[in-house]
Design a protein around this ligand. Structure first.
Ligand SMILES: [Zn+2]
Length: 220
C-alpha cells in the first residue's frame, strides 16, 4: 500500500511540470512586466512619464489582436444553417478585410480574404464567413496556414461540394524591417472539392473575385 500513493504523486508531478510551463496563462501583471522588459531592452526607460501607461495599453491591444484564441471557429459556423431551395450555384464573399499578426515577428499582416463555396443543400450566413476569417486572423499566423484553416473549417462544418479561399495580404515584417519592400502583397489560395477538381468552377470563382477587385489574379 505505501508504494501506491508515492507512484501517483510522482506521476502528478511529471504531468504538472511541462504543462505548467507551456499552457498556464500568465497574469496581466506578468504580461505588463514583459512589456516593461522589452521597453528597457529597446533602450528606453519604462518609468518615464510618457511610457508609464504603455504596458497596460499594449496588453489591452493584445487582448484585441489575439481575441481569436477565445473562440471556436467551428461554433461560429455551426449556429446558422438554412435550407436552400434548389440554389446550387457558387456563393462568393469578396474583400473580407482582416488584420492579423505574423507568428515569426508578431507584426501586422493586413489584407483581404475571398471565400467561395458550392452549397450542398445548406448555406451559412455571410456574416459568419467574415466572422470565421476574424477568428483565425486574430491569432499568431502565417498566411498559408490561415488560408487553409478557413477553407478546411468551412468544408468540415458546412460540407459543401467545394470551398475556395484566396487571401491577399501585405506583411509588415517585409515593409518595416528585413528586406524593406513596401507594396508587396502575397496571394495564397486553397481549393477544395469541386474548386480543385473542376477547372471551370475554379475559373468562375477566380473571375468573380477578379471582377470584384480588378486584381488580375491569373486563372489557375
Ligand atoms: Zn513576419
Amino acid at each position: 500500500m505505501p508504494t501506491k500513493p508515492r507512484t501517483s504523486a510522482r506521476r502528478a508531478v511529471r504531468r504538472a511540470t511541462p504543462s505548467a510551463s507551456t499552457t498556464a496563462r500568465p497574469s496581466r501583471a506578468d504580461a505588463e512586466d514583459a512589456v516593461r522588459t522589452l521597453i528597457r531592452w529597446a533602450g528606453d526607460d519604462p518609468t518615464r512619464e510618457g511610457l508609464l501607461e504603455t504596458p497596460s495599453r499594449v496588453v489591452r491591444s493584445y487582448e484585441e489582436f489575439f481575441a481569436g484564441y477565445g473562440h471556436d471557429p467551428k461554433l461560429v459556423l455551426a449556429r446558422t444553417f438554412e435550407e436552400v431551395d434548389g440554389y446550387d450555384e457558387i456563393i462568393v464573399l469578396t474583400d473580407i478585410r482582416f488584420e492579423s499578426h505574423c507568428e515569426h515577428h508578431m507584426v501586422p499582416i493586413i489584407g483581404k480574404a475571398h471565400i467561395g463555396y458550392l452549397p450542398d443543400r445548406r448555406v451559412v450566413g455571410i456574416s459568419k464567413l467574415a466572422r470565421l476569417v476574424e477568428v483565425y486572423a486574430r491569432r499568431l499566423q502565417i498566411q498559408e496556414k490561415m488560408t487553409a484553416q478557413i477553407a478546411d473549417a468551412l468544408q468540415e462544418v458546412l460540407k459543401p461540394r467545394g470551398v475556395a479561399v484566396v487571401v491577399e495580404a501585405a506583411h509588415q515584417c517585409m515593409t518595416t524591417r528585413g528586406v524593406h519592400k513596401p507594396g508587396v502583397s502575397m496571394v495564397t489560395s486553397r481549393m477544395v472539392g469541386a474548386f480543385r477538381s473542376d477547372a471551370r468552377t475554379r475559373r468562375e470563382f477566380l473571375s468573380i473575385i477578379d471582377m470584384a477587385g480588378q486584381r488580375g489574379i491569373p486563372n489557375a
